[in-house]
Design a protein around this ligand. Structure first.
Ligand code: AMP
Length: 113
């Protein structure tokens, strides 16, 4: 798949505000935040969509969720936060490199709309 903006950020070809990084993923501040805390947790492996992830991505996907919890604890928002994965254009996905939105710092309604 062609490089997305996230691959360029991972490769440090494009600047971003990186708040967390480990061997498998990094978290950046969203440039268009929808909450006081709005991070994007991005695997370094460029999987296009959650729905195209493969069985061999199981450990990586688990790692991402554990990293989301760890980041929330580090930011002291672990009492109330939301994680979102948009999948596909009509699911709200704009960048086709799977990523987890981590949102916090305001109340969230349900259904999300
Ligand atoms: P999605 O709609 O789920 O694909 O989310 C893509 C997100 O990436 C949006 O919330 C954008 O604001 C965000 N975004 C796009 N380009 C950048 C960038 N260069 N740095 C940080 N966030 C970005």
């Amino acid at each position: 798949m062609a490089d997305t903006i996230f691959t360029k950020i991972i490769n440090k070809q494009v600047p971003a505000d990186i708040v967390y990084e480990d061997e498998f993923c990094l978290a950046i501040k969203d440039i268009n935040p929808q909450a006081p805390v709005h991070l994007l947790l991005i695997p370094k492996k460029p999987i296009a969509m959650l729905s195209t992830a493969k069985p061999e991505d199981q450990a990586l996907l688990g790692h991402l969720l554990l990293a989301a919890g760890k980041i929330a604890r580090e930011l002291k928002v672990d009492g109330a936060f939301r994680v979102v994965i948009n999948n596909g254009k009509d699911g709200g996905q704009a960048v086709f490199h799977v990523h987890i939105h981590i949102l916090a710092g305001r109340p969230f309604r349900w259904p999300p709309g």
